[in-house]
Design a protein around this ligand. Structure first.
Ligand SMILES: [Zn+2]
Length: 124
């Protein structure tokens, strides 16, 4: 998780970035036609338009995937802020307060785990 946000929000952000990137690329590509650079300009425009289209199609796929994931996400009440958030996978962050939520106790941030490890008898 790069942006320290919940997975649903992060996928939405990536979708938005891809859409913006694709549109920016297409605008850059249009400059090749606008400034009349001849054949090379048209080729550059074509290439940028294709890349921009792929980026926008990619963003649609990301949005679709995010939608699919959010339907399979588990809704639960956040213990920190009390709001109902959606959780994807075994660990995720709350959409509102960014608290790490987990169903697996191994990933839970607890001060006990170190002591437990230290006090575990040698089983060999
Ligand atoms: Zn919360």
């Amino acid at each position: 998780m790069i942006f320290k946000s919940s997975k649903v929000n992060e996928f939405r952000l990536w979708g938005l970035l891809l859409t913006m990137g694709g549109m920016a690329l297409m605008i850059v590509g249009l400059a090749g036609i606008v400034f009349n650079w001849g054949t090379i300009g048209k080729i550059i425009a074509g290439i940028f338009m294709v890349i921009g289209m792929i980026a926008m199609l990619g963003s649609m796929a990301v949005y679709f995937w995010a939608g699919m994931m959010s339907t399979s996400a588990v809704p639960l009440q956040c213990p920190e802020c009390g709001k109902v958030t959606k959780m994807i996978g075994k660990t995720d962050r709350c959409m509102f307060c960014k608290t790490i939520l987990t169903v697996d106790r191994r990933y839970a941030p607890s001060e006990k785990s170190d002591n437990e490890l230290a006090s575990t008898p040698n089983q060999n």
